[in-house]
Design a protein around this ligand. Structure first.
Ligand code: SF4
Ligand code: SF4
Length: 321
């Protein structure tokens, strides 16, 4: 019997107040600057999946993503507040651009959220928000509401100076700092052959030696694993599907988001037959994907990271030992 399951659920909430050029919410699954839910079925399905998660007979660490900015949606925040009050939920981690945190956390308070279970992965988009305001909001969440906050930078060749300033500000105010590699959203992720890694990760054209990236704040061990997972995960032992699953906006359950894209080893669908989800029984299994395992939620399940991640950390992206 499993005692803990990590879930990355990407909900169909779409509204976002930003316009980032590198946004990966595209096509059918695009964010919107106008609407929160595409149709009533989306919100119904969202509530059903949230309910299914709350009924699992083991502890859950949930990264609750969406296609847009979660703090634009009262319906979304209702479910977040409710989830933090469920016994089996160890933490709910939201991914946010940080712009609406002050109002959003006050709304969650009125809805009865338990902030000790709330984690915030707050990504900095320098073309959309001033650094002072961004940092002020992240501090508000950490210092006033005592949320588990990670400030996340996404590095591209044209934002290196912004990232340096972000790191300085997080050091000054004692905020956790994570730096992820920015990806080219135009490289098709359905391709399962070896990627041109430089095209997929533009900063590598600028800093091919990796040492400079580490000096900017990218974690060395995670960087090595990120590149291994991106180039050639095939054959690596991975626990995705056993102690971690990915749930898509239409309720499909897969071992990881890379298997979602390639339609490998579907475990079931919560909206069609919630009782028939089949988890992988063995802890470690060899990955069958040739290339392109690029999401941290996924590749942090590789055996390569074992012993490096603190399992008690309330986040699917933070790697502090
Ligand atoms: S904040 Fe996130 S969802 Fe919104 S445009 Fe930027 S990358 Fe896309
Ligand atoms: S290595 Fe990546 S693609 Fe392969 S099973 Fe693990 S998470 Fe999925």
């Amino acid at each position: 019997m499993k005692d803990f399951l990590k879930i990355w659920y990407i909900a169909p909430q779409r509204l976002c107040n930003f316009h980032c050029s590198y946004c990966v919410s595209r096509g059918d699954y695009s964010k919107s600057n106008k609407i929160n839910w595409k149709n009533p079925k989306d919100i119904e399905g969202f509530k059903k999946i949230v309910n299914w998660i709350s009924k699992r007979p083991f502890k859950i660490g949930l990264r609750l993503g969406s296609l847009g900015e979660p703090f634009t949606s009262c319906d979304f925040l209702d479910q977040v507040a409710w989830l933090t009050n469920q016994k089996n939920i160890q933490f709910v981690e939201l991914l946010t651009n940080g712009s609406l945190l002050k109002q959003g956390l006050q709304k969650l308070q009125k809805k009865g959220a338990k902030f000790e279970k709330l984690s915030l992965w707050v990504s900095y988009h320098p073309s959309q928000i001033a650094l002072d305001r961004f940092i002020d909001n992240a501090r508000f969440a950490q210092e006033i509401y005592k949320c588990f906050v990670v400030v996340n930078g996404i590095i591209f060749p044209n934002n290196i100076e912004y990232i340096k300033n972000l790191k300085k500000a997080t050091d000054k105010y004692d905020l956790r700092f994570n730096l992820d590699l920015g990806y080219n959203p135009d490289i098709p992720s359905t391709c399962n052959n070896v990627f041109d890694i430089g095209k997929s990760i533009p900063i590598l054209q600028h800093y091919p030696d990796l040492k400079s990236l580490i000096s900017l704040g990218v974690n060395e061990k995670i960087l090595q694993i990120n590149i291994t997972a991106m180039k050639k995960p095939k054959g690596q032992l991975c626990s995705a599907g056993q102690n971690y699953i990915c749930i898509t906006i239409n309720g499909d359950v897969y071992p990881c988001s890379r298997y979602v894209v390639l339609k490998y080893n579907k475990l079931g669908n919560i909206l069609k037959n919630a009782n028939a989800i089949q988890f992988k029984s063995e802890r470690w299994k060899q990955c069958i994907v040739k290339s392109g395992c690029c999401n941290k939620e996924d590749f942090l399940n590789l055996k390569l990271v074992e012993g490096y991640i603190n399992k008690k950390t309330p986040s699917l992206g933070w790697h502090e030992k």
